[in-house]
Design a protein around this ligand. Structure first.
Ligand SMILES: Nc1nc2c(c(=O)[nH]1)N(C=O)[C@@H](CNc1ccc(C(=O)N[C@@H](CCC(=O)O)C(=O)O)cc1)CN2
Ligand SMILES: Nc1nc2c(ncn2[C@@H]2O[C@H](COP(=O)(O)OP(=O)(O)OP(=O)(O)O)[C@@H](O)[C@H]2O)c(=O)[nH]1
Ligand SMILES: [Mg+2]
Length: 452
């Protein structure tokens, strides 16, 4: 089978690429590519050739084209790439030439899936490709670039090799009665397993931070109507994105914006002011505000410092007091009747006095976010995981290996321990893809875009 797809982003763009992979890739491309040199000629392998895509005597586009012969290509199969003008219509016409000549439209992630199946990359590297394409901050892009170049793969393979070795000792001991082997040194076995366990747990614990780097910090701005939530969003973004008026109940829908703080990415949601209301539309907005608050990694809660707290403020405090909250006592320019120390009782170390009219307090908010989320910069060679799939499998491997250690230690019998060690080995293999079934692969590659 030969697959084909447009591999570049939305047009119009300067250039767009249509690519083909499979046994017929080169012959299909030759049917439409006309230039001084032929894509068919092995001497032109990996050389960019100038020419035209011609269909039924009509020039579709002026292009550059390149052939890669198996196994030296992205997928490991024969491949051709056509670099054309970045018009959606033009690219689709070129793609249709190949489809009508017998190529199959590529499914999501199919090029990369073929590359994986041909051993060009492991599953963590394949996953890193889509994460990298979707990265929304420098730190997220860097994190997936590290994974793409095999950092996580090598780490997991390291665990696997050591666990396999342990397994060999266990099996040897179980077969001791029938074979001429030394009995296994149980305490050495325990020491080895515990060392691997400690490293696996350390890797697992990088997930929280890795995920924040990758996905950004989900941040919800909440508070009663008119306290200055939308003003805060606008100040942070340095842009008049949200509508601000002195009418309470201005914001209805959740308004989401992206904001980058020193390489980490905040996904901020401005929400409707929370109060009791008879207005149906406003009520829906308030329900959305509540949902945004529930899902947030970070809540920015605003209060009007020029007025005493009301029942609605207290309800908000009650709802959020166990979450990660930065509390802003806003409108300081109007004179403050709220006591900062009293608010610290609910939000220790996280109360900031602000005035958006006077541009006061914003730097303090940014500093606090940075100190919470960016503390302890990662070492250049440290490996972080950020995928829930990896984290769950790692946790399962940790659990199995822990059980094995318990069994070995308690002397219950090494054959049960062997089953657990084997399970840990398989779970790790599911991370890298060695022991991943079709279901896992389908799940991973369905998140890809077409053409990748
Ligand atoms: N035009 C174009 N740009 C691209 C890609 C592509 O497929 N096409 N990529 C893809 O998404 C990325 C680059 N990744 C690639 C990875 C491997 C090979 C490749 O040909 N590998 C061969 C030869 C390696 C070598 O010469 O050392 C191989 O592994 O055998 C090509 C691109 C980003 N840029
Ligand atoms: N004096 C003073 N007024 C402010 C300050 N911050 C915001 N305001 C004003 O307060 C009013 C409400 O501001 P918004 O940002 O729309 O408030 P909100 O919390 O988004 O309100 P809703 O969308 O209705 O929930 C506007 O008139 C702002 O100009 C401040 O620090 N001091
Ligand atoms: Mg608002």
């Amino acid at each position: 089978m030969t697959i084909a797809a447009i591999s570049t982003a939305k047009s119009p763009a300067g250039i767009g690429i249509v690519r083909l992979s499979g046994e017929e890739a080169i012959s299909l491309a030759c049917g439409f590519f006309q230039g001084k040199q032929s894509l068919d000629d092995p001497a032109n392998d990996r050389k960019l050739l100038y020419g035209h895509i011609v269909s039924e005597g009509e020039v579709v586009d002026e292009v550059l084209a390149v052939a890669f012969r198996a196994p030296f290509s992205y997928t490991g199969e024969d491949m051709v790439e056509i670099q054309a003008h970045g018009s959606r219509i033009g690219l689709e016409r070129i793609l249709n030439c190949f489809i009508s000549a017998g190529a199959e439209p590529a499914k999501r992630g199919e090029f990369t899936k073929i590359a994986f199946l041909n051993g060009k990359l492991d599953l963590t590297e394949a996953e890193a490709i889509i994460d990298m394409i979707e990265a929304e901050s420098v730190s997220a892009q860097k994190q997936s670039a590290r994974q793409l170049t095999g950092h996580l793969y090598r780490k997991i393979e390291g665990f696997r090799t050591r666990i396999k070795d342990t397994l060999a000792h266990l099996v040897a001991d179980i077969d001791f009665s029938t074979e001429e082997v030394e009995p296994v040194d149980v305490s050495a076995l325990i020491t080895t397993c515990e060392a691997i366990l400690a490293e696996m747990k350390a890797l697992e614990s990088t997930f929280t931070r890795g995920k924040l780097v990758q996905e950004g910090i989900a941040t919800a701005i909440v508070g009663k109507p008119n306290v200055g939530k939308s003003s805060f969003l606008n100040k942070m973004l340095r842009e008049d994105k949200a509508i601000v008026t002195d009418i309470p109940g201005t914001t209805r829908d959740v308004l989401e914006a992206s904001y980058s703080l020193d390489g980490i990415h905040l996904r901020i949601q401005d929400t409707a002011g929370i109060r009791k209301t008879e207005d149906t539309i406003e009520q829906i907005g308030i329900e959305r505000a509540m949902a945004s608050m529930e899902e947030a990694d970070l809540i920015i809660a605003l209060f009007d410092a020029s007025r005493p707290l009301e029942e609605e403020d207290m309800e908000i405090i009650e709802r959020i007091k166990d979450k990660r909250v930065i509390c802003l006592l806003n409108k300081q320019d109007l004179g403050s009747v709220l006591n900062k120390e009293a608010m610290e009782a609910y939000f220790p170390g996280a109360v900031i006095e602000t005035s958006f009219i006077r541009d006061e307090g914003l730097a303090a908010v940014e500093d606090l976010i940075e100190s919470w989320f960016l503390s302890g910069t990662i070492e250049e060679d440290e490996i972080q995981i950020y995928s829930l799939r990896h984290k769950l499998l790692l946790a399962e491997a940790v659990e199995s290996l822990s059980k094995a250690v318990e069994d070995i230690r308690s002397g219950i019998g090494l054959d049960l321990a062997e089953v657990y060690v084997e399970d840990a080995f398989l779970k790790l293999g599911e991370i890298t893809g060695q022991t991943a079934g079709e279901e896992v692969l389908d799940h991973v590659f369905s998140k890809f875009c077409i053409g990748k």
